[in-house]
Design a protein around this ligand. Structure first.
Ligand SMILES: NC(=O)c1ccc[n+]([C@@H]2O[C@H](COP(=O)([O-])OP(=O)(O)OC[C@H]3O[C@@H](n4cnc5c(N)ncnc54)[C@H](OP(=O)(O)O)[C@@H]3O)[C@@H](O)[C@H]2O)c1
Length: 319
């Protein structure tokens, strides 16, 4: 299967390494790579080493035409409020009847239903496992393994930056020390403000609710309160009570639809969602037939994100 990569940053390069590592079992060939500043690389025989970037294709349509691939992999920079340019990239690929895999949560948080329907009309697959839990199976778990189970709601602690900030403050550091620690770990998006204000959690909550509960929301429609106003005194006070703070996204099915919110919540230290520390993520699903169960990802990195994309691509190979 031929692949066209749009975006070749941390995730794109990790994916290329993984594709090389697994090429005997999974016969993918990267025939094109398109970036913003580095330019565009095309090789019908497959790009196997460092891409030889030439001038940037004038448009994503021109790039996709030149790459002649079966699937587009969208790995460009996140814009959580508009989902662009990723949405336009995905639409261009679907218009050419290419399968699409993305790790970019913007399009899922902002325009999921429309893109799902466009993919269905084109008769191709649209996959996005890495968008919420850095590659740990969430969407594919629901797609493949839970026949007849109804999702009643979910509760998730899926923002790493806010956890690192709170943990730094619990050790006596300041809010800014915590943000600096998160930046040093390379886990912040857009400098960290987006994370601590709760927008990363709102985007993930919207993505999950749109896909799994047909909520039809955008992140801006979710009442969101982050940890930006948390003081060292308050964190110390909460810690003395054996508790901690986590940025929690919640969804609950109601009679009229789906109720959603993102809040900094005070949790008991033994709470499963509080145990997921540092870069770790945790989500609990509340269901009718299976009670409450969860997925935890311990200190995921870019390799795990690349694996989520790889898993989606492997499912395309299986048809
Ligand atoms: N890093 C993670 O662990 C992680 C985890 C989950 C999800 N994600 C998501 O995965 C996506 C990629 O993340 P990343 O860490 O790889 O980002 P990154 O290192 O910043 O790389 C972004 C890539 O997108 C390219 N790009 C940006 N705008 C473009 C445009 N208009 N046309 C073509 N290419 C464009 C950039 O080109 P240049 O190289 O020329 O600048 C770069 O290659 C993001 O949406 C992110 O939210 C990442």
């Amino acid at each position: 299967m031929k692949l066209a990569l749009i975006g070749y940053g941390n995730v794109g390069r990790a994916l290329a390494r993984l594709l090389r590592q697994k090429r005997r079992e999974f016969p993918f060939s990267v025939t094109g790579i398109h970036t913003l500043r580095h330019g565009t690389a095309i090789d019908a025989g497959g790009i196997t080493g460092d891409p030889g970037f030439g001038p940037r294709a004038a448009s994503v349509e021109e790039f996709l035409h030149a790459a002649r691939a079966d699937a587009a992999v969208e790995l460009t920079t996140l814009n959580p409020s508009t989902g662009e340019p990723a949405i336009a990239h995905i639409r261009a690929a679907l218009a050419r009847r290419m399968h699409v895999v993305t790790a970019n949560k913007g399009p899922i948080a902002v325009a999921y239903a429309a893109l799902r329907d466009e993919a269905a009309r084109a008769g191709v697959q649209f996959r996005f496992e890495s968008t919420v839990m850095d590659g740990a199976p969430v969407f594919n778990l629901w797609r493949n393994d839970l026949p007849g189970v109804k999702l009643l709601g979910f509760t998730g602690a899926f923002n790493s930056t806010s956890k690192v900030v709170v943990e730094t403050m619990e050790r006596g550091g300041s809010f800014e020390d915590g943000l600096a620690a998160a930046r040093a770990l390379g886990i912040t998006e857009a400098g960290g403000g987006y994370d601590v204000e709760g927008w990363d959690s709102a985007a993930k909550t919207a993505a999950l609710a749109n896909v799994l509960m047909d909520a039809g929301v955008t992140p801006r429609q979710i009442p969101t309160r982050g940890i930006a106003r948390l003081t060292s005194e308050r964190v110390a006070d909460i810690a003395r009570q054996g508790k901690t703070v986590r940025l929690i996204g919640r969804a609950r099915r109601t009679r009229s639809g789906v109720s959603l919110r993102v809040r900094a919540e005070v949790l008991d230290r033994r709470d499963i969602l509080a145990c997921a520390s540092g870069a770790s993520n945790a989500i609990l699903f509340h269901t009718d037939l299976l009670g409450t169960f969860g997925v935890v990802s311990i200190d995921p990195g870019v390799e795990q994100t690349a694996y989520g994309v790889f898993g989606d691509l492997a499912s395309l190979l299986r048809g």
